[in-house]
Design a protein. Structure first.
Lengths: 335, 525, 310
């Protein structure tokens, strides 16, 4: 099947959900066309809009991968948010404790801190799955809440910035700041690393023996196990990798955007990450493209709420509808 | 006595996607007869009966019951019309009791308290009448296969059916149990039932059926009274013109050359005093000793559930032994994982092919390299050489006659028989030193079964070792050099080819130990 | 001293209701093989809808009814997509969770506008049962609760009786164990699945409506605080059986109340650690129960009658 033919169901799904939501928006009494104009084109109208989109793109891409990597092995990682927050804590910890180190040491340390913290946040549920067979959906979700409280503690505890009105930590050392690609509006270089990670994940799953084992584990864990694959190790590995990638997103928030740890930084990236992962049907190659589309929609949504007073949740529902229609198109294709 | 036709299926057609499962098939059942529905796997027999029972919907055709057209939309309609079916894979709820399984779906007297005294009386009466004795309070999962089949039959009798369909009922029975079943069938017929007996085993049909209808590839071939036709006629009807019957192994009647063991030194595979205690504390394998030499096929006979799966999994390393030794080509491999074994000359065709051997969501190519994905030629240990994989897959698709759109086709699109072919291709293409094949031909039509037998004999020629675990005693007797009988996890006896006797093996399968047997049994030290 | 314990126990019974209802709702669907993971979203919608309807109609009763209907709607969607269209239950559950999340915050914004001070509804009061509530100690704890507490206990007992003492209950359970068997005996597996998920959804909707009506008096984003997910853990903990789920809810509720109490009293631990306590406790509980959990055999799978078997 050609690429065009393959993506047809997705395009139809997008169109269908826009139409469905459009009817709803019209019923609410808003100008549908203006609404959609804002949603779709804000990203491309101004350089600022585009940069905003790219800034949103990075965490969405990483959180989507954090969901799809375990999904390949058949596991559902609902803990991307917590892993990202843990990553933020880890990065901030490095950045604050070693604030005086030069950039050449501090920056990698900060990034690494985020990655390792996120990986650990994925490791614990993975270990609970491995040792006690506890469903990872439950444990990863619970760890989201635990991370939430942990951030609250960190931001109001010993590292807090007394001058700030909102719970937040002091700035991390200058050496830990990610170099900027563009200064005004600010776009940090994390995007390069994020894209590299996406490419790396794609190569891993499609070409290596390890990636094959991951796919086989997800396709039929019992059969994979009978034929020599250590499936339980695969589960753990996939959740740790997912956590690490989410942790990287957290590190980027700290080192690239805020230069400190702010409470409430995560917003709805988790849900969007999962939606992206599900729309891509677990295909790691499709994830970056879907992530970009969603980033565009999100930027447009905030603009729409600002200028037209239409709540952002409408766009969220559009995105959920896209997911539903994509899933339905699967069913139709099967018949 | 004039035998009236009680049931007629006329010109039934059923299509699954692209596959025509039934092409204008007709079938008539007379009252009080045992009518055999004969054909290889995939011929359409089960599909036809599933339509009668309401599990499938027919695309065309009609069903006439006692000369009246009826419409059967679901099993409830079939049951209301007096039709009952005993399926090949028992449909029972493992953690309900025998009684609960029997009355499930019927209206009991005390719907809102579930006091079942009346029902108990009724069931016990049936047990007496038909000689099917089971304890009503036993939980299904604790019962052996023979007992579970009795429950299946009781389910139908409880509902007062007058037409009973049995789908491959002898699959898991010893020869003695098969005889007992046939006795019961005769009792039922005398009590007024009419029976449809689905099977692919010619010999059985000849011994118990009054009339026989043969289906092949979804079409009617012939319907004859048993006394009117010979075995050859039925054979030809089952396989058609294309198959070479004279040279086939399935139908071979003459003796094969016996494996000459004196020319070989050491066994390729040796199990010494192997014990296996499962996770729930049950002893599955007990002091098991077995040798398999290169150039021979060792068959493992036994009633399902006596340790066959555990044996297969212990040999291939899926499960580690609790105690004992495994020796492969002279080396102690007891502690090696299945990953190691599969990479060093073992191959495995698991019995439960869909759950244990196949990846429905992956492509055919990905399925083919499962277990061998770390070794040449498919991989260098780190990266997979997809080009080679695809080339090999294309070759295998052709050689093993796998019906698929190509190496990139999704596994889930393949039919059951073709999934089996993928597993067979995977195992045989490796030219492994030791192969464990568990029910490898189940689900295949007769020409394909022959193909597998040819491949196994080729392995034998090439001095490789094959362990064939099968619940089809005929199959084992056809191609094994030796048969070891497993009972409750122990090898109870080993027979050489010259000593093969169905009833002797049957006795061992039932656990009757060879103390007073006249023929020589060899138990290995 | 005495009154603190009485107050504590009273509060535990009060707080167990969302757990009981959401747990039983999950269990009922699970008994026919449908593994619902959308509870969190469904409860939020129940809370949001229940609150809005109560506010505008002045009747809490009506609010609860409408919340139940919203839950039934989600249950219907879940049943349709999984049972009729045979789609993956987890994926559909997650999709419904997202939709619930979005809808629950959208509705108040649309209807009330974006306000700073959220409007309030009067909360449910306790209904003392005459005579019984006079019994010292257990009287105020057990017999002076709001109506939904009594409802949740009755629902639990009713479900137990239905599943284990009636013919239909046996048939329903068989659908979750081995639907092909049930089907072959003439049981309508599809109908059973629809009913169990719809009624289960109603219970979950009710569980959500309880939150604004008893705790806060209003709806706030994310007010379920993960209780929907905890309900799933609870269901496993209770072995997918109504009575153990009821007892388990007491436990979960006790942990929650305890953590809150200790926070209020104050201790040397940072309060955030205490906030984590219910969640950590849940994990510990799961460690001890997951291995032994008796789960309906067909949970999480969809049955297709015409699927060509092997």
């Amino acid at each position: 099947m050609t690429i065009v033919k393959k993506s047809l169901p997705y395009l139809l799904a997008v169109v269908a959900s826009f139409v469905a939501a459009g009817i709803f928006i019209a019923l609410m009494g808003f100008d549908v066309f203006k609404a959609y104009q804002t949603i779709l084109f804000t990203s491309f109208r101004t350089p600022n809009g585009f940069i905003q989109t790219l800034l949103k793109f990075v965490p969405l891409l990483l959180l989507a991968l954090a969901f799809t990597i375990p999904l390949t092995a058949g596991k559902f990682n609902i803990g991307g948010e917590g892993q990202m927050m843990a990553g933020g804590i880890g990065a901030a910890a490095m950045g604050i404790m070693f604030a005086d180190l030069p950039a050449i040491i501090l920056l990698p340390l900060v990034i690494l801190g985020g990655v390792v913290a996120g990986a650990l946040w994925g490791l614990v549920p993975a270990w609970l799955l491995y040792k006690f067979n506890i469903n990872e959906i439950l444990t990863t979700v619970l760890f989201n809440f635990i991370a939430l409280f942990l951030i609250d503690y960190v931001c109001t505890g010993p590292w807090r910035d007394p001058a700030a009105g909102h719970p937040t930590t002091v700035l991390i050392g200058r050496g830990g700041w990610l170099p900027m690609l563009v200064n005004n509006p600010p776009l940090h270089s994390g995007i390069i690393l994020a894209v590299l990670v996406a490419i790396g994940v794609y190569i891993y799953t499609s070409r290596t023996t390890g990636g094959y084992e991951l796919i086989a584990t997800g396709a039929n864990p019992r059969a994979a196990g009978v034929f020599g694959i250590k499936t339980r190790r695969m589960f753990v590995l996939s959740l740790v990798l997912g956590g690490a990638v989410a942790g990287l997103a957290g590190a980027f928030e700290v080192a690239g955007n805020q230069h400190r740890l702010i409470e409430g930084m995560q917003s709805n990236f988790l849900q969007l990450g999962m939606i992206i992962g599900l729309i891509s049907r677990g295909n790691n190659g499709a994830v970056p493209f879907v992530a970009f589309l969603i980033a565009v929609l999100e930027v447009g949504a905030s603009a729409m709420q600002r200028t037209m007073m239409i709540p952002v949740e409408v766009v969220f529902i559009v995105e959920a509808l896209i997911l539903l229609f994509v899933l339905l198109s699967d069913v139709v294709r099967r018949k | 006595m004039e035998n009236k036709t009680i049931l007629e299926l006329k010109n039934v057609r059923k299509v699954f996607g692209q596959i025509v499962a039934l092409d204008s098939v007709s079938f008539a059942l007379k009252r009080g007869e045992i009518h055999g529905l004969l054909g290889g796997n995939g011929a359409g027999k089960t599909t036809l009966m599933n339509i009668l029972y309401g599990l499938y919907r027919k695309d065309e055709g009609e069903i006439l019951l006692r000369d009246q057209a009826v419409s059967i939309e679901g099993p409830r309609d079939a049951i209301n019309q007096g039709i009952g079916m005993v399926h090949q894979h028992f449909l029972q709820i493992s953690n309900f009791t025998v009684l609960e399984n029997i009355i499930l779906g019927t209206d009991v007297k005390n719907k809102y308290t579930m006091k079942l005294e009346d029902e108990v009386v009724k069931v016990k009466e049936l047990c007496q009448r038909f000689g099917l004795n089971v304890d009503l309070n036993d939980v299904m999962s604790t019962l052996p296969v023979g007992a579970r089949q009795k429950v299946e039959i009781l389910k139908a009798l409880y509902r007062g059916v007058d037409i009973l369909i049995l789908d491959e009922p002898t699959t898991n029975l010893t020869p003695q149990e098969v005889d007992a079943l046939f006795e019961s069938l005769r009792v039922m017929v005398n009590e007024g039932l009419s029976i449809v007996f689905i099977t692919h085993k010619l010999r059985e049909v000849l011994s118990v059926c009054d009339r026989i209808t043969v289906l092949r590839e979804g079409k009617n071939i012939t319907t004859l009274d048993r006394k009117d036709a010979s075995e050859e006629v039925f054979v030809r009807a089952m396989v058609g013109e294309k198959m070479d019957i004279e040279n086939s192994i399935y139908f071979a009647t003459e003796e094969r050359q016996v494996f000459d063991r004196t020319s070989v030194e050491a066994p390729k595979l040796k199990l010494e005093n192997v014990n296996l205690i499962s996770q729930d504390g049950v002893q599955r394998l007990k002091d098991l000793n077995l040798e398999v030499f290169g150039g021979e096929i060792v068959g493992i006979a036994g009633v399902a559930g006596n340790g066959q799966r555990e044996l297969a999994e212990v040999v291939t390393g899926v499960v580690p032994v609790s105690s004992g030794k495994k020796i492969y080509m002279g080396d102690d491999v007891t502690s090696k994982t299945n990953e190691d074994l599969l990479s060093s000359g073992f191959s495995y065709i698991p019995e439960d092919r869909l759950s244990d051997g196949f990846l429905p969501k992956a492509t055919v190519a990905q399925n083919l390299i499962l277990g061998q994905h770390r070794i040449k030629p498919y991989s260098d240990g780190r990266f997979i050489n997809w080009k080679t994989v695809y080339a090999e897959t294309t070759k295998n698709i052709k050689e093993y006659n796998i019906k698929t759109n190509g190496p990139g086709d999704v596994g889930g699109n393949l039919s059951g028989g073709n999934i089996q072919r993928v597993l067979i291709a995977r195992a045989f293409s490796m030219d492994s030193q030791v192969m464990v094949a568990h029910n490898p031909t189940r689900g295949l039509d007769i020409p394909s079964m022959d193909f597998v037998y040819q491949k196994m004999l080729a392995r034998r020629e090439a001095q490789m070792a094959t362990l064939l675990i099968s619940e089809d005693l005929d199959e084992l007797m056809r191609i094994s050099d030796r048969i070891a009988v497993i009972y409750r996890g122990e090898i109870l006896g080993v027979l050489e080819r010259s000593e093969f006797d169905k009833y002797a093996i049957g006795r061992l399968m039932s656990g009757i130990s060879p103390e007073n047997q006249p023929s020589k049994e060899k138990t290995l030290p | 001293m005495d009154t603190t314990i009485i107050d504590f126990l009273r509060l535990v019974l009060l707080s167990m209701v969302p757990f009981v209802l959401a747990g039983q709702g999950t269990m009922l669907g699970g008994r026919t093989g449908v593994f619902n993971v959308a509870q969190e979203g469904m409860m939020l919608v129940g809370a949001s809808v229940g609150f809005l309807v109560s506010y505008y109609s002045g009747s809490i009763f009506l609010g609860v009814i409408v919340a139940m209907l919203s839950g039934a709607l989600f249950g219907l969607a879940l049943a349709y997509f999984t049972t009729s269209l045979k789609m993956n239950q987890f994926v559909i559950g997650l999709a419904l969770f997202f939709i619930g999340l979005g809808v629950s915050t959208l509705l108040p914004k649309l209807i009330l506008g974006i306000t700073l001070t959220p409007p309030l509804i009067p909360t449910l009061k306790g209904i003392p049962i005459p005579l019984l509530s006079q019994i010292p100690f257990i009287g105020p704890i057990l017999f002076n609760q709001n109506i939904l507490v009594y409802v949740s206990v009755l629902v639990s007992i009713g479900l137990w009786y239905f599943l284990f003492r009636t013919q239909k209950g046996l048939e329903l359970r068989s659908v979750g164990e081995y639907p092909m068997t049930a089907d072959s005996l003439g049981i309508n597996t599809t109908k059973m699945r629809y009913w169990s998920t719809i009624i289960g959804g109603m219970l979950i909707g009710m569980a959500g409506a309880y939150l604004p009506m008893v705790y806060a008096g209003t709806f706030t984003e994310g007010m379920t605080m993960g209780r929907g997910w905890l309900a799933i853990a609870l269901t496993f903990f209770g072995g997918w059986s109504p009575l153990p789920i009821l007892y388990g809810s007491l436990f979960f509720s006790a942990v929650e109340v305890l953590a809150f109490r200790v926070q209020v009293i104050g201790s040397f631990l940072p309060y955030q650690i205490l906030q984590m306590f219910p969640y950590i406790a849940t994990i510990l509980v799961m460690i001890f129960t997951f291995k032994r959990a008796r789960v309906p055999a067909f949970l999480g799978n969809n049955y297709d009658r015409e699927k060509r078997s092997l």
